[in-house]
Design a protein around this ligand. Structure first.
Ligand code: NAD
Length: 487
């Protein structure tokens, strides 16, 4: 069977100083549809030169109308970006699905509305927060004054392209900064459309710039090395974070990192199993398991282990893998051949390490083209197995039994990662006790992916540096001066 596409994909150019432009050397690369393996269009391939043009435009724009407009005027423009995203929701959802292989309904339900909400949220938040102030007896009044950090490089991954770009860009603009964006090379389309939207919303030329390209020795490397970029907001793999940190060291850039995860999902015997199964299906396989917050290590208390595995496997077999543009596809295609091969290599590792594959581990029947993989459940692996320790970032989960609370806490923490965790129990005391001992920045109890944008978001250990969300975002995108007035 061949996956159908009724495409209106776009060719992607850079956006510099308010205009769409080619690369100086006219270099391009192809954008591939992961569900069909067909070419969707071309993408301009930028490097040092284009990044330098973009940085100069961004630097100039810092002192243009963007600087002198009132907070209320800036907030209105940011809100308008959100409005325009919603006006173009269907088009953006289609492009996101074509680029990533994720189901179009999912992009329509989560990625695009949330991208709009990122702007709406920060448009309101930026004008509602106060400033820190302390009165020191009758001697002095101290208050904090916020100003922009300057030119911010925003380097993005491919899994939630528009959602994650807007999660960074909205607070960056709210604080009066200017930006040079590099989308992931596999998913360039919605970021390109966002540039049109920003212009239409009234963002002055040069405030947002976008350069397409790859990582090292390309646009990504040029951003991390550029001496006139003041800060970098990066989402991606820890090893890329290391490379960026090394390049950024010479110019002492401020860094915000949201990195990978190998998130434990701890299921105690007293939990509500219907609820657990329903939510764990999502936390394991939504977006083909390509979400940094997906719970890929499942630990199930021994008394319910067999029942859980049997019910979870049955429910997983019901998931339909197929054409991302069809409404009944629960799971789409993985993002690229390179990533598909990498995920499949873990299935092979699991087999070699003696794991039992209960379902999945192979291409679904009837889908000869496209990077499709059946959701995969593996048991029987040792805690030192690479599948248990390394981030696979695909629709593959391992399940292990546990007997004691201390044992599962130790296993959950036995990783370099520390992004998120989910704990399932109806015992509230136990929930707090365990949550306080899990080394992760985001811990859910009896739920998953429930977010409030005011709360701190980010990872510990190799899963990130710093937090975003609410004040945490505003803190990263601003420089604070403390002003002391003698009374
Ligand atoms: P990646 O690190 O390979 O690439 C991310 C971006 O960095 C891309 O735009 C890429 O071109 C660029 N890049 C690569 N090498 C570079 C270099 N040396 N200098 C500058 N830029 C460079 O990550 P990915 O494969 O796109 O994304 C998947 C990873 O992102 C996973 O580890 C996932 O967990 C993580 N992620 C984390 C979060 C979070 O919120 N913590 C969210 C989504 C994804």
């Amino acid at each position: 069977m061949k996956v159908e596409t009724k495409v209106q994909a776009i060719n992607c150019l850079h956006f510099i100083n308010g205009h769409f432009v080619d690369s100086q050397n006219k270099k391009i690369f192809e954008n591939i549809n992961p569900a069909t393996e067909e070419v969707l269009g071309t993408v301009a391939e930028g490097g040092k030169e284009e990044v330098d043009f973009a940085v100069r435009a961004a630097r100039r724009a810092l002192n243009g109308p963007w600087k002198t407009m009132t907070l209320t005027e800036r907030s209105k423009i940011i809100r308008k970006i959100g409005d325009l995203i919603l006006e173009r929701q269907e088009e953006l959802a289609r492009l996101e699905s074509l680029d990533t292989g994720k189901p179009e309904w999912l992009a329509n339900k989560i990625d695009i509305p949330r991208a709009a909400y990122n702007f709406h949220f920060f448009a309101d938040y930026m004008i509602s927060v106060g400033t820190e102030a302390y009165q020191q007896d009758d001697q002095a009044l101290h208050y904090s004054y916020r100003r922009p950090v300057g030119v911010v490089g925003i380097i993005k991954p491919w899994n939630l392209p528009l959602l994650l770009l807007t999660w960074k860009l909205a607070p960056c603009l709210a604080m009066g900064n200017t930006a040079v964006i590099k989308p992931a090379e596999w998913t360039p389309m919605t970021a390109t459309v966002l540039m049109e939207i920003c212009k239409e919303a009234g963002v002055p030329d040069g405030v947002v710039n976008l350069v397409h390209g790859f990582g090292p020795s390309s646009a990504g490397g040029a951003i991390s090395e550029h001496p006139d970029i003041d800060a970098i907001s990066f989402i991606g793999e820890p090893s890329t974070g290391t490379a960026i940190m090394k390049s950024a060291a010479d110019s002492l850039k401020k860094l915000s990192y949201e990195l990978g995860g190998k998130n434990p999902n701890i299921i105690f015997a007293d939990s509500d199993l219907d609820d657990v199964i329903e939510t764990t299906l999502r936390s394991s396989f939504i977006n083909q398991g390509e979400v940094c917050l997906c719970g890929s290590r499942l630990y199930v208390e021994r008394p319910i282990f067999d029942e859980f595995v049997q019910r979870f496997v049955e429910a997983t077999k019901e998931l339909k893998v197929g054409d991302p543009l069809k409404k009944d596809s629960n799971v789409g295609a993985l993002v690229s051949k390179e990533h598909y091969d990498r995920v499949m290599s873990y299935v092979e590792i699991a087999k070699k390490e003696g794991g039992t594959i209960h379902t999945g581990g192979k291409r679904p029947e009837g889908l000869e083209k496209g990077y499709f993989l059946e959701p995969t459940i593996i048991t029987g692996l040792d805690r030192n197995s690479r599948c248990v320790r390394e981030e696979i970032f695909g629709p593959v989960v391992t399940i292990s039994p546990f007997d004691m609370e201390e044992e599962v806490i130790m296993q959950a923490n036995d990783t370099h990662y520390g992004l998120s965790a989910t704990i399932w129990t109806t015992n509230l005391k136990k929930a707090h006790r365990v949550a306080h001992q899990i080394e992760a920045g985001i811990i859910w109890v009896n739920t998953w992916f429930l977010r409030d944008l005011r709360t701190p978001f980010g990872g510990m250990k190799h899963s990130g540096i710093g937090r975003t969300g609410g004040m945490h975002s505003l803190d990263f995108y601003s420089e604070l001066s403390n002003i002391t007035i003698k009374l």
